[in-house]
Write a protein that binds this ligand. Structure first.
Ligand SMILES: *Cc1c(COP(=O)(O)O)cnc(C)c1O
Length: 387
């Protein structure tokens, strides 16, 4: 098989049945049958590969895992019902009472809740590190630090963290390095090739890309994935075959969709920069981005999300959002349809004002997920809403 991304995303598929389907069928079966008692025993003893029960594996989930692993250069993987299930499963599989997590301060709102309100109940502590002070990270590693967790680009701050830099620190201290790669997708960034141990995706976002279904992906070495499997098989965060089937088909168009998302987003970022109503535009491939050089080094393109801070604070943000005609106001992102979100009152409303400001979310911040409509219509809508 070719090593080219587009070809792998299309041609790396499950074997076909005796019916010789051209498109991979949907396997709606909760369990599988065995030829004889001996085969049942061997499968349960892991002496033979094969399907047992769809909480463990299904041809559709296996195809999605195989594709995602190949696209990101990982040995193996696991898929879950949501992106949060992927993060919960990874933490649950590797952390025990008394362990410590070092995390970038800027993480997805629910990831922040997991660290502050869920894992803390089980005696797992955390420290947040500031990404604009990379020199402080190593000093924040404790004797009991088990895992470093980062998100790059971050949601919604669009901050960038140097993957190779953190990978070196993690390796030196024998700490597991986990990256939420959701905003970049395997097409724009491959953390494992840059030294991360585990890469996680909310497949709900660009992997689906059409706002239809939720899903999560965990990628890493075979040894690490055995730990994940040991936890996930018994705790049951399984992805449904139907959603896996959708997500696997969506991967076939990921490269072309991402190219257009990135092209449109860069044009929007350039348009917004310098607009009199705009205080700040954050987009990795704008020269004004504070970590522009790092973004260029580790990302193929800048992604589809632009975060803008309006000058008039909450009033400016609300007026802008209510003035949009084409954009949807929604909490999702990474859809074919352009979407505007106000993080301070939605995805990050559970944070205190101080915590929000620490991760760059102001009352005037609006996250724009740039879709695949015609760029002239997208820019005209933004122009009209800014007034
Ligand atoms: C959406 C998102 C998640 C959570 O994914 P779900 O599929 O909604 O559970 C995690 N991380 C990032 C960066 C996200 O944008």
């Amino acid at each position: 098989m070719s090593e080219n991304f587009e070809t792998l995303a299309i041609r790396l598929q499950a074997e076909r049945s005796a019916f010789k389907e051209h498109s991979v069928p949907l396997y709606l079966t909760s369990s599988y049958k065995f030829d004889d008692a001996e085969e049942m025993r061997a499968l349960f003893a892991n002496e033979k590969e094969g399907n047992v029960y769809s909480r463990y594996a299904n041809p559709n989930t296996t195809e999605l895992i195989d594709k995602m692993a190949a696209l990101e250069g990982a040995e193996s993987g696991w898929v879950t019902a949501t992106g949060m299930a992927a993060i919960f499963t990874t933490f649950g599989a590797f952390l025990k009472n008394g362990d410590h997590v070092l995390s970038s301060r800027s993480v997805f709102g629910s990831t922040h809740q997991l660290l502050t309100n869920v894992f803390s109940k089980w005696g797992i502590t955390y420290t947040y590190a500031d990404l604009d002070k990379p020199e402080t990270w190593e000093g924040l590693i404790q004797q009991n630090t088990k895992l470093i967790f980062i998100e790059t680009p971050s949601n919604p701050g669009i901050d960038i963290i140097d993957l190779e830099f953190i990978a070196k620190i993690a390796k030196k201290h024998g700490v597991l390095f986990v990256v939420d790669n959701c905003f970049a997708t395997p097409y724009l960034q491959q953390p494992i090739k840059l030294g991360a141990d585990i890469s996680i995706h909310s497949a709900t976002k660009y992997i689906d890309g059409q706002g239809r279904t939720l899903g999560g992906v965990i990628l890493g070495t075979k040894a690490h994935m055995l730990v994940i499997e040991g936890f996930a098989r018994h705790s049951g965060p399984s992805l449904s075959p139907f959603n896996a089937w959708i997500l696997s088909k969506s991967l076939e168009t990921l490269a072309v969709r991402m190219d257009r998302h990135c092209e449109n987003a860069l044009k929007v970022a350039e348009f917004l920069e310098g607009h009199p109503k705009v205080a700040l535009v954050k987009y990795p491939f704008l020269k004004s981005h504070p970590q522009h050089e790092i973004a260029k080094k580790q990302m193929k393109q800048g992604g589809g999300i632009v975060t803008v801070v309006l000058k008039d604070g909450i009033d400016g943000a609300r007026k802008f959002m209510d003035g949009l005609q084409l954009f949807s106001i929604s909490a999702n992102l990474a859809d074919t349809r352009s979407i505007a979100t106000h993080p301070a009152t939605s995805t990050h409303s559970k944070l205190t004002e101080e915590q929000r400001l620490e991760v760059g979310i102001e009352q005037g911040s609006v996250r724009l997920s740039i879709g695949l409509e015609h760029i002239d219509d997208i820019i005209a809508d933004i122009k009209g809403a800014l007034g």
